[in-house]
Design a protein around this ligand. Structure first.
Ligand code: NAD
Ligand code: TYD
Length: 341
């Protein structure tokens, strides 16, 4: 297949591209605007591969998207491109609407005009809102986003649904739980805590640290995305998750133990506004219909991931010393202390 991957220089997109180029014969064009979260170094090993091409640009640029789809005879699109960090969406929501909503709508429009055969919108479990102590998100759960980030992702999902129902355009949606693994930008919980611990900086935990997330290794997410791209039903929604719920404090204490660092680095800071309490995914549909199951246990996945950040210290140090530094110092101050503390 000729696949247009958008946002392929980010965390999940770069893992996806590396995996697909290794395993399959597909041709991939990676369209990425290289915002603060886009890092082409992630894809260094793909340079020179004749099945891979990078284009710097915006998913909202209809002329550019049009020309790529035509020139490269694109048959399928996987849309990873997004603003993806909840804290940033609280500080500045507008870009989330521009990229996540208008950008996705633009992709859908051009893809429909040019009769692209498969379209996969990479969405998130956060569109379902927050759970109490019990229960799981299913594909039938109400869409109840609580943050500007999740509201923008939910809106994009609604456009995909509308494109299928109104135009019979073959859009599909995947809604995955929290990912971890190599190349995750060190603003998200796991890489931030690893990098801070290795630098002996404070580890800022929002609120009481008892919020629960359902963690999945990025490689398993990428497998699920490829499975849906090739075998999923047009118009369908598939939840993706690893049945691995953990409180934030449990994760942070585990990381400290693995890194041989002291718990005194933990700093409880002011809670995130509107902080969702718990996410948990029921992934039985994708298992029953498409036979996908995660291959990593959390134990193996987190060991490998910690080792990756230890082995690739230069990678995250470069990220931190670049434009990331600006954000980091705005949010956490130059000494690594959280500004809301
Ligand atoms: P990321 O922030 O690491 O990467 C986003 C990428 O999109 C970057 O390379 C960035 O340069 C690019 N981008 C941003 N705006 C663009 C634009 N206008 N045009 C082209 N490219 C643009 O994000 P991620 O963690 O890899 O997430 C990828 C997708 O998966 C997102 O849509 C996110 O909502 C979804 N998702 C993420 C998680 C998670 O745990 N990280 C879980 C479920 C779903
Ligand atoms: P995050 O990685 O931002 O993902 P999301 O908010 O999309 O789930 O955060 C995961 C959890 O960790 C979430 O409950 C917020 C919490 N958190 C902290 O306690 N401290 C931090 O510095 C960060 C970035 C997150």
């Amino acid at each position: 297949m000729n696949i247009l991957v958008t946002g392929g220089a980010g965390f999940i997109g770069s893992n996806f591209i590396i995996k697909v180029l290794k395993k399959n014969q597909d041709k991939i064009v990676n369209l990425d605007l290289l915002t603060y979260a886009g890092n082409l170094e992630n894809l260094a090993e793909c340079e020179g591969n004749s099945n891979y091409r990078f284009v710097k640009g915006d998913i909202g640029d209809s002329k550019l998207v049009h020309s790529i789809i035509e020139e490269e005879k694109i048959e399928a699109i996987v849309n990873f491109a997004a603003e993806s960090h909840v804290d940033r969406s609280i500080d500045g929501p507008k870009i989330f609407v521009e990229t996540n909503v208008l950008g996705t709508q633009n992709l859908l429009q051009v893809a429909k005009e040019l009769s692209v055969k498969r379209f996969l919108q990479v969405s998130t479990d956060e569109v379902y809102g927050s759970l109490g102590k019990d229960g799981f998100f299913t594909e039938q759960s109400m869409i109840k986003p609580n943050s500007p980030y999740s509201a923008s992702k939910a809106s994009a999902d609604h456009f995909c649904r509308a494109w299928y129902h109104t135009f019979n355009f073959p859009a599909m949606i995947t809604r995955c739980s929290n990912n971890y693994g190599p190349y995750q930008f060190p603003e998200k919980l796991i890489p931030l805590m690893i990098a801070n611990a290795l630098d002996d900086k404070e580890l800022p935990i929002y609120g009481d640290g008892k919020n629960v997330r359902d963690w999945l290794h990025v490689d398993d997410h990428c497998d699920a995305i490829y499975t849906v791209l090739t075998d999923g039903k047009p118009g369908a929604v598939y939840n993706i998750g690893g049945n691995n719920e953990m409180e934030n404090i449990q994760i942070v204490e585990l990381l400290l133990e693995m890194l041989g660092k002291d718990k005194s680095l933990i700093k409880f800071v002011k809670d995130r506004p509107g902080h969702d309490q718990r996410y948990a995914i029921d992934a039985s549909l994708i298992k029953q219909e498409l036979g996908w199951e995660p291959s990593y246990t959390f134990e193996t996945g987190i060991k490998e991931t910690v080792q990756w950040y230890l082995d690739n210290r230069k990678w995250w140090e470069r990220v931190r010393s670049g434009s990331y530094q600006e954000y980091y110092s705005n949010m956490y101050g130059s000494d690594g202390r959280h500004k809301t503390k």
